[in-house]
Design a protein around this ligand. Sequence first.
Ligand SMILES: *Cc1c(COP(=O)(O)O)cnc(C)c1O
Length: 480
Amino acid sequence: MASFDFRAWARRAADWSVDYLASVRSRPVRAQTAPGSIHAALPALPPQEGESMEAIFEDLDRLILPGMTHWQHPRFFAYFPANSSPPSVVAEFVTAAMAAQCMLWQTSPAATELEARMMEWLRSMIGLPASFAGVIQDSATSATFAAVLTARERALSYMSNTAGLFGTTPLRAYCSAEAHSSVDKAIRMAGIGHQNLVKVPTLGPMAGIDVAALDDAIREDKSAGMTPFLIVACLGGTSIGAVDDIARVADVARRHGIFLHVDAAWAGSAMICPEFRHLMRGAEAADSFVFNPHKWLFTNFDCSAHFVKDPKALTYTLGLKPAYLRTLGLGDNEVPGVTDYNEWSVPLGRRFRALKLWFVIRHYGVEALREKIRGHVAWTRELAGLIDADPNFELTSTPVLALLTFRWRPAGLAEDDPALDDLNARLVEAINDSGRLYLTQTRHKGHFVLRFQVGQTETTREDVLAAWDDIRTIAASLPR
Ligand SMILES: *Cc1c(COP(=O)(O)O)cnc(C)c1O
């Protein structure tokens, strides 16, 4: 087998990456590939003899690249962002070179201690008090799962890990109907039973949870002999960016002695701007809080910042110390500075995720990160004004930070015209088939609506305005 010229191919990968990002603007944003075509183009069996790297790179360009949806495209306005940045990519490269496991302090002391420091930086960047400790999880889903398990254990005096849930009264969890499906998943996985997740209605322009209804639901469940144990508050829901009044929700949680988890997966990054922090008022009273720097803080997936008030409750729940994971020489007592982060998360193995945060935050500095997010929010507001002023389109929810929803309602069609859903579904497809921009849809108040979020690293105001022109042009060209 030929030897691998690592230096040459690492340079090639670096050049490839720079060229890719420089040319991404010219590619269709959403892959324009027929289902199954790439699978069919790949050999059914692996090669028995090694192939040349030249051939592999050629196939990367020929087979793979045309089948990618370009998340770093400046006209990616779909879902939520999963943005990245050159310093983050560079950090990921050197992280891959070291390929360390960061489950115990001893397995990479620098990774553990940098992670602790980065979580302190993030905590202060978003204005959470020092009463929170942090850990980097692989995803918000994992963080929320860890929170559900911790809340479950706390409510059952840390007995359910040992005794199971048999014979316990039903545990009840609460969130609004705008909460992310990761809450549903966590409730299922934690053995709580999906029927014990109470979806409380929402109220008001920000679609926040109806706090009085939340309180009523908890009281009713208590008097029915059930055990309310968890509230998940929503700070920036995925559908329309719903925001709960966390201070009032925290008040309910405190009065009933219930664990409060805040899911700010997307919106949390914007909290580095003090002017947006009113949205998280009351979060200091939460038991845990999650946001994803891998969404909107220019840091590659995976990097989910999970803050907890009581790390002991988390490590009692998830920590295990089998003989083969003991660090000899440190004894069984806690050693200051020694954190074994695997006890804070579901998986044992852990990537070195703190390094990319360190590169990103140091390279940009907090002020430049704020400026980027402020731009995204300002252009979203500007777009909202344009949509509002157009007689053929309407905003369908209050814009939240850099997310708005809207729909095409050609002048003359009534709000409830049954043709509107189909018209808008065809509009989204035509927009995405154009390759010029990419956005996705949701349902809101019974209607099919389009979501538009601004959050890519290289997106400019001109991109947003050009996208709006494209949307109107494409709508006007659709047969009705
Ligand atoms: C994206 C998102 C999640 C899930 O995030 P992962 O890190 O992909 O698990 C959870 N909640 C909200 C509000 C989200 O926007």
